[in-house]
Design a protein around this ligand. Structure first.
Ligand code: ADP
Length: 498
């Protein structure tokens, strides 16, 4: 067993010299990347064309699993954002408004089908650029992207049925800023409902994961969408801020960290821009003594370790009823030992690469904080690659509610464990963080599900499962987890004025 102490703790990569024998050995099963075309350089997508950035500056994008440079993206400055907003405005007031809602829906259906046709290519690129296991991008991200476009395509010509008795109208030009954890899926969450409602968009992907957004821009061109309906500008926070502060944008949709969300909310105060903010989380998973324990353990593993814990709604806190705490802990450790950490493109991989050096450092900073706070740190003993950013699945026990590792979002494969005696205590502990995005409950009793479900101040509560998504369900947070909802009818309403 791999109990880590202050003396023995060191960041596990890059250049880790630790070499523990893996419990499960599989022959490598790498997904071929030969069919995925990546250009050396990507320009900005404005007004239906790929255009050079006015500054002439580009920035590199690297594969976090091996440090190799994949491509370069253009850095959009104020004047590029301005051009993109002008193109979006022109399309909104021109061609896009003049076509029927049914035709708008057809474009979205076309995009959905094209994504399905190219699902493998998108999945490979998502894993290369972002570090997530191919199994996740292939089985979760890309199918959900297509599902979102299909779902909102269906609403395009039925808005008056969605909101009976009202006369919904498009908001106008939408500025959309997305993070790196589900790059193409977050794009779909933003673009599909916006277009279905008749808006036009200027979207900025995260600087470490812009590749699939630019591939999507190519697809938009092929789909024949009128010029300027979708504009994609790449760059870092400064580019995002130019979008937020642009005077001719009618709505901002942001998904990202709570810190940046607060900055954006401050910038928007006093303007008449609509906005939705989907921010951080510290999801609690509550396991009662009567729960199906093996099923719960599998759900917990999925909730925090798959996708490296890079999920805003990740189940990063485990609350176990005292009578089963030891059993759950042991079963979790056993299951963690069987997780395969490594090459995101290998079909056996459960836990891929941490998205960036910055995030790798953040996670390791929190592991040190955990040790300083007196937590018991347990890490699985699997082999991990020597290069790239990898963190072993980690359990933090002996933690208390006031510890930073219990209160703050770590955004990595790190799970804290606490115990409880009664349902009320579990609810109280689960709610005791600044966040309120998601939670989960495992029990055999429907009554406990309802009690806990109604007691949790979380936008989503899963029962006997976790991290299940569907385009028809609204998603969003309480407290510092955000403002507004995306997905389902709620997500549609956020792109309309009445
Ligand atoms: P994380 O900390 O998870 O990387 P961020 O909130 O920093 O999340 O990033 C989410 C998105 O917000 C990215 O596309 C990023 O470039 C963008 N962003 C960062 N800073 C700002 C800002 N001040 N204004 C607008 N967008 C920003």
């Amino acid at each position: 067993m791999n109990e880590v102490t202050k003396e023995t703790y060191k960041p596990t990569s890059p250049n880790s010299k630790l070499d523990f024998a893996s419990v499960w050995e599989y022959a490598p099963a790498p997904e071929s990347a030969s069919h995925a075309e990546v250009k050396n350089k990507y320009e900005l997508f404005i007004g239906g064309k790929f255009v050079k950035p006015s500054s002439g500056n580009y920035f590199e994008s690297t594969n976090p699993a091996n440090g190799e440079v994949i491509t370069e993206f253009a850095e959009a400055s104020k004047s590029d954002v301005n051009k993109a907003v002008k193109a979006a405005r022109k399309a909104f007031e021109g061609e896009w408004s003049s076509i029927s809602a049914k035709e708008r829906g057809k474009y979205l259906y076309r995009i959905a089908r094209m994504i399905q046709e190219r699902a493998r290519e998108f999945a490979v690129l998502e894993s290369m650029d972002g570090g997530k296991p191919i199994r996740e991008s292939r089985d979760v991200d890309i199918p959900l992207v297509a599902a979102h476009f299909f779902y909102y395509a269906g609403w395009a010509d039925k808005l008056e049925y969605a909101f009976p008795g009202q006369k919904p109208e498009a908001v106008g030009v939408c500025g959309q800023i997305i993070p790196w954890n589900f790059p193409l899926l977050m794009l779909a969450w933003k673009i599909a409902p916006a277009l279905a409602c008749g808006n036009t968009v200027v979207l900025k992907p995260a600087e470490t994961t812009s590749l699939t957004a630019l591939k999507f821009a190519e697809l938009v061109q092929e789909a024949g969408l009128p010029d300027g309906v979708v504009n994609i500008v790449t760059g870092a926070g400064e580019t995002g801020a130019e979008i937020v502060n642009h005077k001719d944008i009618d709505k901002i949709a942001f998904t990202g960290s709570t810190g940046v969300g607060k900055l954006i909310q401050r910038s928007l105060a006093g303007t008449d821009k609509k906005f939705t903010l989907e921010l951080g989380g510290k999801g609690a998973m509550i396991v009662f003594e009567d729960a199906p324990i093996d099923q719960a353990v599998e759900g917990i593993i999925n909730a925090i370790f798959f996708n490296q814990g890079h999920v805003c709604c990740a189940g990063s806190r485990l609350l176990v009823q005292e009578g089963v705490a030891d059993t759950v802990m042991q079963k979790l450790k056993d299951r963690m030992e069987s997780l395969i950490v490594g090459d995101p493109l290998d079909k056996n991989t459960d836990v891929g690469a941490i998205n960036s050096q910055g995030q790798f450092e953040t996670i390791n900073k929190y592991l040190k904080i955990a040790l300083d706070e007196g937590a018991d740190v347990y890490q699985s003993t699997c082999n991990i690659p020597e290069n790239g950013y990898f963190v072993r699945p980690t359990l933090l026990s002996n933690v208390s509610q006031s510890n930073r590792v219990v209160q703050e979002e770590i955004f990595g494969p790190v799970l804290t464990i606490q115990t409880f005696r009664t349902a009320d205590e579990a609810i109280q502990k689960a709610n005791n963080t600044p966040f309120g995005l998601a939670g989960g409950v495992w029990t055999d009793k429907g009554s406990k599900i309802f009690k806990v479900g109604s007691g949790l101040r979380s936008g989503v509560v899963w029962a006997n499962t976790y991290n299940k998504f569907d385009p028809t369900s609204p998603f969003g947070g309480y407290k510092e987890s955000g403002v507004g909802r995306e997905g389902g009818l709620h997500g549609l309403g956020a792109y309309l004025k009445f």
